[in-house]
Ligand binder design. Sequence first.
Ligand code: ADP
Ligand code: MG
Length: 592
Amino acid sequence: MSSLIKILPDHVINKIAAGEVVERPASVVKELIENSIDAGATEIFIDIEEAGKRLIRISDNGSGMSNEDARTAFQRHATSKITDDSDLESIRTMGFRGEALSSIASVSRVRLQSAMKGATSGVLIEIEGGIVKTISEAAAPQGTSLEISHLFFNTPARRKFLKSPATEFSHILTAVSRQAMAYPSIRFRLTHNKKTVLELSPSMSIRERGFQLYGEEIAQNLIEFTGGLDSVHVHGLIGRPGTSRADKTYQDFFVNRRAVKNPSLTHALYSACGDILMRDRHPVAFIFIEIDPMLVDVNVHPAKAEVRFRNQSQLHDLVRDVIREALRGTNVPSAATRNDGVREAVSDYLSRRDGSESDVRSSEYWNKISNSHLRVQNREMEFYTAPVSIPPNSERDAPNDSHLFPIAQIHDSFIIAQSREGMAVVDQHAAHERVLFERLQDQFGAGQVSIQDLLVPGQVELGPAQSTVLAEYLPELSKLGFMVEDFGNGAFVIKAVPALLVGTDYRQLLLDILDEVNVHGKSTRIDEVRDEMLSVMACHPAIKVHRHLERQEMEQLLADLFKCRMPHTCPHGRPTIVRFSLVEIMKMFKRM
Ligand code: ADP
Ligand code: MG
């Protein structure tokens, strides 16, 4: 019988590898920049045409390649970075799989020019679909330049899957930005269709690079942090509380300067942010982990985009604690630098008021509001902040909270207060939520939750999915003072509640807690779910908007608020206070 199984020819194997390594033009850009970094380049120029479909050119001033190495480099598993399997245990370079050049060359046309330092001539190689067309000597400056054109010309399916030029280019921009962030000392230039998109001069720090890449709006609200142990060092930049984003665009993790995705690290970041982050919002964070290469496995993903750690849970806790510390030591930014937070508060307020969140949150609505000007008008309220740029760390950013006293309440919803350096607007609901949240936390922490038995127990009937979740969390709820008994078949009875919650709709409260746990409860870590539960509990009895407050009540609320550990945000991460300094006010009236 003839055999059915055959070893595939090299060009097919390369194409298969390309399927994993070269997903889109941005993957080529990433791999080639990595090669330039490994070659010790201090300058990397990236020229793109038609979002990489027409041309990707990466030129560097790195070590260059000899004529012989340049030929070998395009062969499968050709690498100068490791020699045997023990090297896999301690990878210190970006590349090591020896797959990028062979994969890229198998699905495109490649033109390579390279010259080593001091060499009298360089080398020129042209390859099409993996087949070498030309090899010759050619004069070239020191370094390497690779031109990739007609990407995916022989893999039409892959070509068809490419998204619009704008999307593909945005992937390229992200790839370049990540590498540039990891290597601030390297000069980068990125052009698209001959227009310069990024021009990054070598800089001394990631903070400065962050500024070059993401601009003042983001950079000025970043806190630099550092910490760690002997074998692991964690450092980076994290957004101040109140400066969250709607997506994760400005969030990267680097392990030994390699940009990676790792669920445990992401989890550590979000737990560090805890209750200062509003639901569905994301922190700005660039987190660098420098770790002994023996303690991390980088060989777990074809595009090297994932890693595995030996001591995953210790690292998780370390990263969480270092970031948490960094966030604790900060003040929220002033009104002028926190439009994000103001937007959230107004949007939330308005949506609660007319019940239609969609038109308030529509991007068109917000697009009308420029980043530095915030002006929102509504029949019932007006809200203005003026564009004033104030250094983020200046003295005036650390207001003396104890000197905040109420002048008036507006629209039965916000307290206007005078502070020593100007005025403040306090969201009465958010503020009271914070106060109750910390009281609940304190009672729980001290093991003294005061409980109120219900004379008439509340009954709840739940569906199978919710019953399962509730049954699972009953012990935790009872520790928090919420005594619920499971009668089977989805029937539950509420027997007692924390005294602070007396008078609220317990049934609704229980349902809300379930929702919250469902959304955030992917974590099985009870200490995290607990804060989610407490934040829902704090929301229910808190003073609502549209409730008139007497002066004495306002005074009490402000006094209670400033006894809190984190007075500036509600437990869901929304701001409680927006401040306007006299300087800002005078600037608004053009007195300065
Ligand atoms: P890897 O980076 O995993 O080693 P690649 O296929 O990306 O595999 O590259 C193969 C080899 O080609 C590298 O190991 C390196 O020796 C050489 N090389 C690639 N790009 C460059 C460059 N820009 N400068 C110098 N040498 C390079
Ligand atoms: Mg490589």
